[in-house]
Write a protein that binds this ligand. Structure first.
Ligand SMILES: Nc1ncnc2c1ncn2[C@@H]1O[C@H](COP(=O)(O)OP(=O)(O)O)[C@@H](O)[C@H]1O
Ligand SMILES: [Mg+2]
Length: 295
């Protein structure tokens, strides 16, 4: 409610997800494919919908340990930090082995370590992001559509073979990252630039609803028709001081297009990189965010 009152005139208000009397048929008539994963979730899809499996605490802790190991390895082997980045059978096996080790260590002990700290921050941000998305974004064009239905068992590829779900999200055509890679490979750089502008516009539309994504990388956004949408609500915050701290560190950082992983993608088009970086610096700044932020 509060979020609705904060909205300026002329904006579509957030809506509750549409409630269906049963799950969309395409979710139950086939085994769903695993199409993506992150630290907190594994995502399975049918043609038009995705469902999510939230990872368990031990799974998330295993991934944090692996991520820390990879960063250590990177000190000795160049590119070591990229070793575990892509989902693969080898990486999954390694994660499951690590998870078994983690289960041997009492939970209380993990909580006192730096790993426990990272895990707590991750959990906090993920829950806060989801609840902010519900009050400020759901049902708007800024996020994919959500539907809810009575708890339903669906078959999924790989372990655990099935899931019980009671909500589904509209499947995006591509992540923004995948779309940009594809367009760049085909030499369609005008469209690359157009999508990058839409990305910046989407971010500003989020700010005018009082939310800012602290985790604004290109795999957390998706493409629906001619829109960019936010697919990972995990990094959303409404805390102005947190946003300012983030903007402060970003200012002195490397070029925005490099930080977003577009170094090689835009290597042949420094002019586009240059234009994007200067637009980003002007828009993603304290002043830029404040211009949109609700009273
Ligand atoms: N609505 C969606 N449509 C298509 N793919 C999706 C959708 N939501 C997530 N994905 C895929 O799953 C990946 C992980 O989802 P994400 O929500 O970012 O999880 P995490 O919070 O664990 O990072 C995304 O990068 C994307 O590839
Ligand atoms: Mg993500």
């Amino acid at each position: 409610m509060l979020a609705m009152e904060r909205l300026g005139n002329g904006q579509e208000p957030p809506r509750h997800p549409r409630a269906l009397s049963s799950a969309p048929a395409e979710l139950t008539c086939q085994r769903l494919q695993r199409i993506g994963e992150g630290v907190g979730k594994v995502v399975y899809a049918s043609e038009h919908w995705v469902v999510r499996r939230e990872r368990s605490s031990s799974e998330i802790i295993a991934l944090i340990v692996i991520w820390k190991l990879a960063r250590r390895i990177a000190h000795f082997i160049p590119g070591g930090d990229k070793l575990f980045e892509r989902p693969s059978h080898r990486n999954r096996l390694f994660r499951v082995m690590m998870q078994s080790l983690i289960l041997l260590v009492p939970r209380g002990l993990w909580y006192t370590t730096h790993i426990g700290e990272v895990w707590r921050i991750y959990r906090f941000r993920s829950e806060r992001g989801e609840s902010l998305a519900q009050t400020c974004l759901h049902g708007t064009a800024l996020v994919p559509e959500e539907v809810i239905f009575p708890p339903t068992r669906v078959q999924v590829g790989g372990w655990p073979g099935w899931l019980e779900v009671s909500q589904a999200t509209q499947r995006v055509e591509d992540t923004l990252y995948a779309r940009l890679v594809e367009l760049a490979e085909e030499g369609r750089f005008e469209e690359v630039e157009e999508w990058l502008n839409r990305f910046l516009e989407l971010r500003q539309a989020g700010w005018s609803r009082g939310v800012f994504s602290m985790d604004a990388h290109l795999k957390n956004f998706g493409v629906c028709g001619d829109r960019v949408v936010l697919i990972d609500t995990g990094g959303l915050t409404d805390s102005w001081s947190e946003i300012q701290t983030r903007l402060g560190t970003e200012q002195n950082d490397v070029d925005p297009h490099i930080r977003l992983g577009m170094g090689s993608l835009l290597a042949s088009r420094p002019d586009i990189a240059e234009r994007f970086n200067s637009r980003w610096r002007a828009v993603v700044s304290s002043e830029g965010v404040r211009q949109h932020w609700p009273e």
